[in-house]
Design a protein around this ligand. Structure first.
Ligand code: UD1
Ligand code: UDP
Length: 359
């Protein structure tokens, strides 16, 4: 019997764990345990994904909630250690680059429990991003490094990670996208919002560098307000951003800028698929738009997902609202960026991970 324990905590973890859990079920010798740290806890940031992705209810919910980086990470360390000591897993899988990822990996490394990092090797080179610190630390202590793209292999080799630990498996987020696209095509959200395919733009913003500073956020919201004159914009607002918009008392003047609550996975995939373009600072959305072939305008100076730029539909614009407006005009004139799908973003990454773990 191999006991695999998965740790998830934040919205982008849920679509990454789903295919790995599913594909490990094919092996009768594998027993699985699912731990939710509780980093995200709103129904529309957590529960709705468990339902739509068909995830089992977590065996443990650590209910850590929100806090400063140190508080949140410390809570996970303290609450996860007894679970590991009791469950004695053979391997623990952590996903992505959130605080739950690094905290769970650290607990296991100290207890000498092997750790697998799904989405290893990605680097933005920007250590002001909390996620970059989480990626660097997790990859140094993980035993299995499952990379979504070959830049990840190169980054890990440069940092001295042994080649025998690195496995290029492809992108688990795309596994979920491929599996659930038919269900997303049934989503009523375009009709409900009276949106025509290609008749609107989609927006998500939640990076601290874009939303935590009131002046930066105000400038970005002003640019969106202006762009929405040309084309309706749908903006499902992340809770971090909602708090910041409220605190800075930022208003909007344009009815075509639709600020709505975060939407479910199927609705969000439907919105991405039908969008003329997506404006974002999300990691996962850069990948999904590349696979869907929808132009993606990323409001960041760098990306840990360079294949979305070199091969996909992604463009990095920094926080330059002038560049943003010019890029939107270009797309509306029919000159949006086209791309190709990166290698192994083929719906089978979870199967490759499962096969490596049971070998
Ligand atoms: C976290 C991740 C980020 C990821 C994002 C995905 C870290 C360091 N950051 O950022 O990498 O891209 O999730 O969405 O792990 N909040 C709620 N309800 C919730 C969750 C959060 O209201 O269910 C609010 C709280 O005010 C909280 C704030 O959002 O303080 C930020 O939440 P947190 O998990 O600390 O970071 P995110 O910005 O969500
Ligand atoms: N997503 C969603 N509803 C939303 C916004 C995003 O289901 O309202 C999905 C999106 O399709 C992708 C994931 O959430 O699968 C990306 O997560 P997020 O942007 O929160 O985190 P990041 O990828 O930046 O870490």
């Amino acid at each position: 019997m191999i006991h695999v324990l998965h740790v998830v905590g934040a919205r982008p973890n849920f679509m990454k764990v789903a295919p790995v859990l599913d594909d490990l079920r094919c092996y009768p010798q594998v027993r699985q345990t699912l731990v939710h740290t509780g980093q995200h806890y709103d129904v529309n940031m957590s529960d709705v994904f468990f339902q739509q992705l068909g995830l089992p209810a977590p065996d443990f919910n650590l209910e850590v909630g929100s806090g400063s980086h140190a508080q949140q990470t410390a809570q996970i360390l303290a609450r996860f250690e007894p679970v590991v000591l009791e469950q004695k897993p053979d391997v623990v899988l952590v996903y992505g680059d959130v605080n739950s990822t690094v905290a769970a990996a650290l607990v296991c490394a100290k207890l000498l429990i092997p750790v697998g990092h799904v989405e290893a090797g990605l680097r933005s080179g920007d250590r002001t991003m909390p996620e970059e610190i989480n990626r660097l630390v997790t990859d140094q202590i993980a035993d299995y490094l499952f990379t979504p793209s070959l830049d990840g292999n190169a980054n890990l080799a440069r940092e001295g990670v042994g080649a025998e630990k690195i496995h290029f498996v492809g992108n688990v987020m795309i596994d979920t996208l491929i599996r659930l696209l038919p269900a997303a095509e049934q989503s009523p959200i375009l009709d409900t919002m009276r949106l025509a395919p290609s008749g609107y733009g989609l927006v998500t913003l939640h990076r601290p560098s874009n939303v935590d500073d009131p002046e930066e956020l105000s400038a970005l919201m002003g640019a969106l307000d202006e762009l929405a004159i040309r084309l309706p914009l749908v903006f499902p607002v992340h809770p971090r951003t909602r708090h910041r918009i409220g605190a800075a008392r930022i208003g909007k003047s344009n009815d075509q800028l639709h600020l709505i609550d975060p939407v479910s996975y199927l609705d969000f995939i439907a919105l991405q698929r039908g969008a003329r373009f997506v404006i974002t600072d999300s990691g996962g959305v850069q990948e999904e738009t590349t696979w869907l072939g929808v132009p993606c305008l990323t409001l960041r100076a760098n990306t840990e997902r360079p294949v979305t730029v070199t091969q996909g539909t992604n463009q990095l614009l920094g926080r330059d609202t002038g560049l943003l407006k010019a890029a939107v005009v270009q797309i509306l004139e029919g000159r949006g960026k086209q791309g190709t799908i990166p290698p192994l973003w083929d719906g089978h990454a979870g199967e490759r991970i499962a096969a490596i773990l049971v070998a």
